[in-house]
Design a binder for this molecule. Sequence first.
Ligand code: ADP
Ligand code: MG
Length: 364
Amino acid sequence: MDSSHTHDQPVHDVPANATSEVDGVTGMAETTDAAPEHPSAAAMTDLADAEPTGDLVTASTTGAAPANGASDAVAQPSASEEVDSPGAPADAEEAVAEVPAVPAAPARRALPRIMAVANQKGGVGKTTTAVNLSAALAELGYRVLVVDLDPQGNASTGLGVNARSLESTVYDVLMRDLPLEDAIEPTSVKNLFVVPATIDLAGAEIELVPAFSRELKLKRALESVGDDFDYTLIDCPPSLGLLTVNALAAAGEVVVPIQCEYYALEGLGQLMRNVQLVRGNLNPTLELSTIILTMYDARTKLAEQVAKEVREHFGPVVCRHIVPRTVRLSEAPSFGQPIIAFDPTSRGAIAYRELAKEVSGGAP
Ligand code: ADP
Ligand code: MG
């Protein structure tokens, strides 16, 4: 309808030095984690100590961004009492196992919100979270769009869309300047829509490299749908390459799912540095707003330990509600349904509903 597209708008809002800086981002993305041997505790220490180095610092701690305390949490391990009492397992257990008394309800954020669901590790629950949090937000009454930015296309199939049978996907939006609205597909859930992906998108990671304004393709495309959607959740691939940079540049917030398992925290420092880089160069208001603990297995001490560490280091951005490990959540995608449709009373459905309320502040 209204075709106030912003395609022709200045691309000059990228600082002159952005190209080289962002090369840093994508260049970094290619380096894999140097220290794969970390148990979670050690990884956390790394995270706490992580002083950005070299030109990576430019975007970081200089206070340019209205940091919400997330990066502060990284820099200054807080929560003194808990840290001081490592020898109190009983208390610690309770602290993690129970949802703590509800803190003052967080102020609702202004809509629309665009959230990049990112973590360069695979298999941590990004897609499961993007699909199910979106569906639960839609159930609350919000209009929600999922952008599948992973060439695996799991969010698309999980929402019952067979992208292979479609004419247009997110690839066409990024690479052929197809208007985003032409790639939007409905899902079986009311108020929930998806821009699907296929394996073609794998090519985009490379094809984007020489493209003009390559980091801002998705941002420009999303601007064209304006505030048609209250929530847009972008399901990122398990890497920190150009696709993820596009998501971080387009988003207002980063949502990081963290799997409550061994090595859970490995690589998080790198993710945080990338967020800071994007903040410094492309998207000054990008905020790490939400950490979601996933695949929590209440029977293991380790899950509890990881959850506790994440809370200590990231503080209030960690959601109070945790996603349990449950087989129903892993079965739902093969039926092309989010958990709230597949098994509405299951623990997974309840968890994502609670998370949707927590993240949004409740029904609109
Ligand atoms: P990512 O997108 O980060 O790679 P996925 O969301 O695809 O991760 O999850 C990886 C695998 O774990 C998938 O098979 C998914 O079905 C399963 N899974 C995700 N969350 C849960 C959970 N809470 N309980 C059980 N299985 C889960
Ligand atoms: Mg995924």
